[in-house]
Design a protein around this ligand. Structure first.
Ligand code: MV4
Length: 461
């Protein structure tokens, strides 16, 4: 909403618009753009896009295509990290060709092992293998899923960490060889690889661990000549940390780092992209206070995170000291199934973690979105939950606190059925009858969850 200009890039379906490199470059040309900022979805981590922008004579606000490609291949990334002295999860740095070879390596690594797709992250193609008997079947399954998801069935294996925390380090590199780290973010609270709550600093790291993880992240970034803002992801378990992967883009959760460092990361992305050197060194970076982010999505967390669509009829945003809303919706906005369900991020900042949690609880209570379901009330439950308040977190937090999402098996099945129906309805509307003009009386048919909780529409109970 802050843009000076808006340019049509095509139909709502992202495959026909946001993912069309030729269209995007044509619009950039027509708009007289000097640079392209890829954001954090769609083509942000696609080397061909970064290359196409550079070949068109424009500045890509992010790393070079070579850097993106190096970190996109998970086995190559592991090789480079190992060479750079960055701890990796014990396991292979090459793909395995067949189940027999995998069996031999699994014996060396020790069960349980994890099979992973070499060509991509995000959990696709992952298989936990507890015994040798399970390996052949899991290997074929992982290979098939990796091929379907990434067009490349290469898989490798490493030791499986059963209760890790997900801690990531923000790095910033300029075009003159300087890389600094800006502290860590704890991202353990997630559902199906979608982060829900992030915070900085992590409640678990000691100053020594922060220093060691930060230096490892800087070595990782230097190993791929990193330019711009990037994130080095680690798994942390039993006082050890291991490189997981590197995100060659700005992340949704960057505001928590901005708040504890006092730095404007997007401004630094643009300054670095224009060739400006960093005007501070590692010793100048100071972490102060605590920041927490809750991702507010158009999902009914109490119905298996059922996607919800509709028109934002009312939007009351919280405010006050240490409260920041980083969002993309306004009243009258139509929320559809075309895009990611993220409506905005609510971030709170305070001198201590306990105060930041209290502030978040109050801000969540002040946030009102009328017209569709959101996961706001779920986040309020997390802020009140004792293990969260104690900082006792792992990536299994949600499965170990099922009461927070009130989810049950039936709800998951219902959620899948309704999602299919909504997608079908969206497809029909797009390809047949003209769009029903939004606004006016109640929500358009098919946009209200039939399992809506009582108490709607004034606020989700
Ligand atoms: C792991 C792991 C446990 N052990 N690797 C998930 C997708 C990709 N980012 C890597 N992931 C994991 N790799 C080993 N050796 C557990 C996960 C994992 C995970 C990691 C971070 C955040 C959320 C996660 C959710 C499920 C599994």
């Amino acid at each position: 909403m802050e843009a000076d200009e808006a340019h049509l890039i095509g139909p709502a379906a992202s495959a026909e618009s946001y993912l069309r490199i030729d269209t995007l470059l044509r619009v950039a040309e027509r708009a007289g753009a000097e640079a392209v900022h890829p954001g954090y979805g769609f083509l942000a981590e696609r080397a061909p896009f970064s290359k196409a922008v550079r070949d068109a004579g424009l500045t890509f606000v992010g790393p070079t295509p070579e850097t993106i490609a190096a970190m996109g291949d998970k086995t190559e990334a592991r090789q480079r990290m190992q060479a750079a002295g960055v701890p990796i999860v014990p396991g292979l740095t090459e793909a395995v060709e067949d189940p027999e070879e995998a069996m031999v390596h699994a014996e060396d690594i020790g069960y349980p092992v994890l099979l992973k797709a070499a060509a991509g992250g995000g959990g696709k193609g992952m298989r936990v293998v507890a015994t040798p008997e399970d390996l052949p079947g899991a290997f074929e399954g992982a290979r098939r899923e990796a091929l379907a998801a990434f067009g490349d069935g290469s898989v490798y294996l490493e030791r499986y960490l059963d209760r890790p925390r997900h801690v990531e380090i923000q790095v910033l590199g300029d075009q003159h060889g300087r890389v600094v780290h800006l502290g860590e973010r704890e991202c353990s609270i997630q559902r199906r690889h979608q982060k829900l709550v992030e915070e900085a600093p992590s409640p678990v790291l000691s100053p020594e661990e922060r220093e060691a993880m930060g230096q490892a992240a800087v070595r990782a970034a230097e190993a791929v000549d990193y330019e711009g803002a990037g994130t080095v992801e680690f798994l942390y378990q039993d006082g050890e940390f291991f490189f997981l992967e590197m995100n060659t883009r700005l992340q949704v959760e960057h505001p928590v780092t901005e708040l504890v460092t006092g730095l404007d990361l997007v401004a630094w992305q643009l300054r670095v992209a224009s060739g400006e050197p960093l005007d501070f060194a590692q010793d100048d970076v100071r972490l102060e206070g605590h920041a927490i982010e809750c991702r507010i999505t158009s999902e009914d967390a109490f119905q298996g995170f059922l996607p919800s669509t509709g028109t934002v009829r009312r939007l009351d945003l919280p405010s006050g000291p240490g409260v920041r809303w980083d969002g993309g919706i306004q009243e009258g906005f139509d929320v559809s199934l075309h895009y990611d369900p993220l409506l905005g991020k609510l971030i709170t900042y305070a001198p201590t973690r306990a105060e930041a949690i209290r502030r978040m609880g109050r801000a969540l209570d002040e946030l009102v979105v009328v017209g569709l379901e959101t996961c706001t009330a779920f986040h309020a439950r997390v802020m009140d939950e004792p293990d969260f308040q104690a900082g006792d977190l792992t990536i299994r937090y949600l499965e170990e606190h099922p009461d927070l999402a009130d989810g049950d098996a039936d709800a998951e099945v219902r959620a899948a059925a309704v999602t299919a129906a909504l997608l079908e309805e969206a497809h029909r509307q797009r390809h047949q009858a003209p769009r029903i003009a939004s606004g006016g009386g109640g929500a358009a048919p098919g946009t209200m969850s039939p399992w809506r909780r009582s108490g709607w529409p004034w606020r989700a109970s």
